[in-house]
Structures are given as structure tokens and as C-alpha cells.
Design a protein around this ligand. Sequence first.
Ligand code: HEM
Length: 132
Amino acid sequence: MSSALTNLLQSLRIVPFGSKAMVASSEKERLKVTDLPEISLEEVAQHDSFDDCWVVIYDRVYDVTHFLRDHPGGDDVIMDHAGRDATIAFHGTGHSRDAVELMRDFLIGELPVKQHIFRTGQNKVLSSGIPE
Ligand code: HEM
């Protein structure tokens, strides 16, 4: 796996399969993450306007309403994904580690496990879908 991708996954507290050391060191974070409120895709879809904008990135839900105007990439690129999954667009842009850390300020919940694309119920990344 490329180091840039590994950094991104670590910042997101995603533990790739087979990384035993990371499982141990991220245990505390993982437990905290499981306390996140569960928010379904159907509920996220209700928040698709400039005044009320939620997006899903790596199976987690972010309320970016008050960040839209400040987003260095512009409000329009986020609004293109308002109320929906923005993971591929977010990842494709190649956001910095600082940007990934900033996301935490807007984290409000996580999708139900049955709607996850990128994580298993144990918060591990599914092996398919993420390029090496
Ligand atoms: C909570 C969600 C997001 C946060 C916290 C965030 C944060 C940032 C930050 C801090 C930058 C400055 C460059 C960097 O540090 O990487 C940036 C740039 C950018 N972001 Fe986001 N972003 C978010 C979501 C998105 C989404 C969903 C898209 C969808 C396409 C997007 C597209 C871009 C683009 C195109 C740039 C400009 C890159 C450039 O000009 O070099 N961002 N973002």
C-alpha cells in the first residue's frame, strides 16, 4: 500500500487488514468511534442544501454546513455531493493530512454497518474498493 494512502487511512483511524500493530495502537480510537451516533443514508439525504449540508466520507457522516464557505476547494465541489457519499471525490482530490484532521471537527455520526462500503463492523477497511 502506498505511504500516502496509509497516512490517509491512519488519519481516518481506518485499520487496513493485516496491520496487527495498527490494530493495537488504534484500539482506543476505535472504541471512541463506535460511540458515534448511527445515521442512515436516508437521513443524510435530507440534508442536501447550502444551509444544511451533510456528506458521507468513508462511511462516516460530516455536517459541513458551516465549513462550505471556508472550504479551500470551494463550496460547489462539496455541494455536488450534498446529502450523499463524497468519498471518491474527497479521496480523488488528494487532501492533505491537515485536511483529514480538520474533518474531525465536522464528524457527527457513522452509517449503519449494513450501509458501509469501506469498513467492516470491526472498523476495518474492506479489502476491495480501496486501491493499493
Ligand atoms: C469535511 C470534508 C472536507 C474537508 C475538511 C476539506 C478540507 C480541505 C482543505 C483543508 C483543503 C486545502 C488543501 C489541503 O489541505 O488538502 C481542501 C481542498 C480541496 N478540496 Fe476539500 N475538504 C472536504 C471535502 C471535500 C469534498 C467532498 C470535495 C469534493 C470534490 C473536496 C474537494 C476539494 C478540492 C477540489 C480542493 C482544492 C485542491 C487544490 O486546489 O489543490 N473537498 N479541502
